[in-house]
Design a protein around this ligand. Sequence first.
Ligand code: KIV
Length: 270
Amino acid sequence: MSAQRGPGSVTLTRLKKMKRAGEKFVCLAAYDACFAGVADKAGVEVLLVGDSLGMVLQGHDSTLPVTMNDMIYHMSCVKRGNEGALLMGDMPFMSYASESQTLQNAAALMRAGAQVVKLEGGAWIANTTRLLAERGIPVCAHMGLTPQSVNRIGGFHVQGRDTSQAQSIIEEAQLLEESGASLLLLECVPVALAKTITEMLEIPVIGIGAGPETDGQIMVLHDVLGISPITPKFVKNFLAESGAGIPGAIEAYVHAVKSRRFPAPEHCFD
Ligand code: KIV
C-alpha cells in the first residue's frame, strides 16, 4: 500500500484496508503542534491526544485529574501541527458518565479537531459507543489496563492473565465491535490474548504492551524519547539508538513497527 500523505489522508477506511493487507500502522500520543508536525512527517498514522498528558505534561501520578478543558486545549494544538494523521482524542475520567455529558463532551472534542474519541471500558461502554457511533462520532474502545480505573484495579497491572478474565475481555471486545466501535485499543494484555482478539475482530486493533500481533502499535511520545519518569517493560527509548535527534527517533519508532522489529519479546507479557 502506498504511503501517500496529505491533509486528512489517514482515515478509518485506510486503517481497515491496512489491517486486511496485513500492514502495520503506527500511533503516537502527542500533545502539541510542533511534535504533531514532526510525527506526521515521520509517517505516524494516528496521533492520540491522550489523557496520559496528566502524567507526562502535568506531573500527576494518574490520569484522573485531566479535564475536558485540558483535552480540548491540547487537541486544538495538535490539530494545528498535523496534516495527514488521523486525530484521536481521549475522553477523560468522568467525562462520559451520563448520556448528555457524553454527547456534549464528545462534540466539544470533535469541534477541537478530534476525528475519533477514545473511551476506556468494556461492556459498560457499549451503549455509549452506540450512542456516539449513531451520531457520527467514531469510537475507539480502550480495554485491558484502563488507567482511569487504576484505583479499582489496584495498580497498573497486566490484565487478562487468568482464563476467566481473558474470556470476558474477548466477549466484551466482540460486543464493542457490534455496538459500533471503529477501533479497539488493548493495553497491557498477554500476547496470545491480543492475537486472538485481533484475529477475531474486523475493526483494527491497536496495542500497547500487548505484543506484536495487533494491527497497530501506540506509544507515548515521552517514552519514545526516553524522558518519562517511569519506564514500563513495554516501552523503548528510540532516541538512544537513533543518532538523528527527535525526528530520527520518531522515524526509528515508525520503521521498527512497520518492519515488525518492535515490540520485541522483551517488551511483551505472557
Ligand atoms: O492516554 C494515552 O496516551 C493512552 C495511551 C497510553 C494508549 O491512552
